[in-house]
Design a protein. Sequence first.
Length: 254
Amino acid sequence: MLEILQLPILQDNYIYLIHDTESGETAVVDPGLAQPVLDVLVQKNWQLSYIFNTHQHWDHVDGNLALKQQTGCKIIAGQGDIDRIPGIDTGVKDGDTLWLGQHRISIIATPGHTLHHIVYYFPDNNLLFCGDTLFVMGCGRLFEGTAEQMWLSLQKLKALPPATHIYCTHEYTQTNGQFALTLEPDNVLLQRRMHVVNQLRADNLPTVPSTIAQELATNPFFREDSVSLQQTIGMLAKSSVAIFTEIRRCKDCF
C-alpha cells in the first residue's frame, strides 16, 4: 500500500511524500524545502529513499542537497536536466520504468513548461505526480517549450485512465477556475466544481488532488474541442493546437 502525504510550503507549493508500507521505501516529489520533509520523516520514522524531481525550477529542487546529505537518498530527474538539477544520481527519459517497492512508475516526458519536464505515473495505483505540466483546471506557463509541445504533452496525460489521481505542485485552482468560467460560463459541472473549490479555500483546505475525469469536464486546456469555448475565444473549428495556443495566451493575460 502507498501512503501519500501532501506538504504545503512557500506561498502555494506542494511537496509529496510517497511511502510504500510493505518495503519501507519512501520518495519525495519536488522538495522545494528540506526541513518540512525532514520533520515528517522523523515524525513517521520513515527513511527517505528517493527524490523525484519533475523539472529544474528552484521551488522544486532547493531541498535536494540537504535531503541527500541528511538521508543518503538517491536523486532522480530528467536526463536533460542533469546539468541543471543539483545532485542527480539517475537521469531518466520518456518510457523508462522505476519502482518504489513493488509499485511500478512510468516516466512520461512532458516538455512545454520547461524543455525537459517529466512526470511520474503509477499505472497500477492510478496516481500521477505531474509537477507544473498539469494543474487543477490549468496547465503550466510556457517558459521554455512551445505551445505545440505543451499541447502534445497534455494529450498524453489526457489519455490516462479517468480515475487517475492528479497530484500537481501548486495551489492555483481558484484562479484557474475563475479563468475557466470566463471561457465556459454555462458549463454546469464547472460551476458546481467552483462552488466546492471556493468552500475548500475559504477553509484553507487543498483542492488537490484532482482526477483526469474532473479535468476532462472542467479544465479548459483539456477542452479545446468544446464548441462553446471555441465560440468564446473566436476560434470556431480552428486546429486544436491553435485553440490551445489562444487559451494559453488568454490565461497569461488573465
